[in-house]
Design a protein around this ligand. Structure first.
Ligand SMILES: [Zn+2]
Length: 60
């Protein structure tokens, strides 16, 4: 299972590697500040079978 995901910051466009683990739940939400622009990024992570999806939005 892939646990490293390349995502793009919705604020500055920087590409960021993030790690998520299916052990933490099949649906996860977390907020982490971008390392580059320090804006809060909201991550939606879904694990389903062997498939993992990560979606990002601007957190308020
Ligand atoms: Zn950023």
């Amino acid at each position: 299972m892939e646990t490293n995901f390349l995502v793009q910051c919705p604020f500055c466009g920087e590409q960021i590697w993030m790690e998520f683990y299916p052990e933490d739940g099949s649906q996860q939400e977390m907020v982490t500040d971008c390392e580059v622009c320090c804006n809060p990024i909201l991550y939606f992570v879904t694990f389903k079978g062997d498939e993992a999806r990560v979606r990002v939005e601007r957190a308020q």
